[in-house]
Ligand binder design. Structure first.
Ligand code: PLP
Length: 384
């Protein structure tokens, strides 16, 4: 049976050319980039080349790119590093209710340390209203952190408008762009952000490597303490092979970014139309058009997401659901809750996220397999 992977928002396979680029840095070019002899120098050169590639994909200067262990560390560093560095100015931070846990849990940590956080609501499509951001600003607001696109429902936030408004004030702007870098054009100047998080494994690079863009002149504390790597801002011997992989992934992403987005959008539309034509009582979550080209998120009434996920898995199809089974109860996702999906309906959520290797045949297979699964589950369901 051919397996079909439709969970690229969770992670992507390493592109073969990325794997090839990394291999020498796991074998003969194993030097520590902080050493002065040739082994070290070639590692250092590889780091700087990767930095240029990452910077080029997001319209930054290479000096503004700092390597981390991934999206989670970048988010933690941006929030904690800025709030601690600017404590004298104020202790207030604004974010949205639909951020990834990497941001939300960092906010909770900051709240326990005496900082204040405003969690902005979103509308039914998952959009943050720039006017609401403006209204939430206070004299002691130091930072606004709003994600570029949501990882569950795919909604793309109006960052340009928020960035423009914050430019006129002394408030820093961070975005978690983990789901957009490599998927849609991302330009730090157009978005007017001071800080931006990205992650390797969402764009066909390896896991455990990412970067934080820090605009020149931004005051931020280091988050990992130790040696003087990354110009004294992020200690620890660099993950050279991982960073080379991230650089290569960024280079490859740039080559066909817009054509790929267009192709994935067609698969997205094919799936949305096909699902609505074949299954009754479903709803699309997220904005209809301002959404990631590869994201389809639906709720199927009267059926549990986990049951559909497992039955699709038996057919070799990998998807994800917004409800996570924890401590025996099915917790609906905070994102679906924030856009107002009733808890009983949120239980039936499914997320499909396409990638490079998917084709129309994959969509056809889902459209062949899912409707009978829904029918069977609905027949068995006590909910209907
Ligand atoms: N932010 C968003 C929006 C994500 O989707 C993810 C990954 O799921 C992360 C942050 C965390 O990134 P990483 O897995 O590289 O730590």
């Amino acid at each position: 049976m051919k397996r079909i992977y439709l969970d690229h928002a969770a992670t992507t396979p390493v592109h073969p050319e990325v794997g090839e680029a990394m291999l020498p840095y796991l074998t003969e070019r194993f030097g520590n980039a902080s050493t002065l002899y040739s082994f070290g120098r070639e590692a250092k050169e590889a780091l700087e080349e990767a930095r240029e590639k990452v910077a080029s994909l997001i319209g930054a200067n290479p000096q503004e790119v700092f390597f981390t262990s991934g999206g989670t560390e970048s988010d933690n560093w941006a929030l904690i590093g800025v709030m601690f560095a600017r404590e004298r100015k104020g202790r207030h931070l604004i974010t949205s209710a639909i951020e990834h846990h990497a941001v939300l849990e960092t906010c909770r940590f900051l709240e326990r340390r005496g900082f204040e956080v405003t969690y902005l609501p979103v509308d039914a499509d998952g959009l943050v209203d720039p006017e609401e951001v403006k209204k939430a600003l206070r004299p002691d607001t130091v930072l606004v952190s709003i994600m570029h696109a949501n990882n569950e429902i795919g909604t793309i936030e109006p960052l340009e408008e928020i960035g423009e408004m914050l430019q006129q004030r002394e408030v820093l702007f961070h975005t978690d762009a983990v789901q957009t870098v490599g998927s849609i054009p991302v330009d730090v100047k157009a978005l007017q952000v001071n800080l931006l998080s990205l992650s390797g494994h969402k764009l066909y690079g390896p896991k455990g490597v990412g970067a934080l863009y820090i605009r020149r002149g931004t005051r931020i504390w280091p988050f990992i303490h130790g040696g003087g790597q990354e110009r004294n801002r992020r200690a620890g011997t660099e993950n050279v092979a991982g960073i080379v992989g991230l650089g290569k992934a960024c280079e490859l992403a740039a080559v066909d970014l817009e054509e790929r987005a267009e192709r994935l959008k067609q698969l997205r539309e094919q799936l949305i139309e096909g699902l609505f034509a074949r299954i009754e009582d479903i709803r699309l979550n997220g904005h209809r058009t301002r959404r990631l080209p590869n994201n389809v998120n639906i709720c199927v009434e009267g059926v549990e997401g986990e049951s559909m996920l497992l039955m699709l898995d038996w057919e070799g199809i990998a998807v994800s659901t917004g409800s996570a089974c924890s401590s025996g109860s099915l917790e609906p996702s905070h994102v679906l809750e924030a856009i107002g999906v009733p808890p009983a309906i949120a239980q039936g959520s499914l997320r499909f996220t396409f990638g490079r290797e998917n084709s129309e045949e994959d969509v056809e297979r889902v459209l062949e397999v899912l409707p009978p699964i829904v029918t069977r589950l609905r027949e068995m369901s006590p909910l209907r």
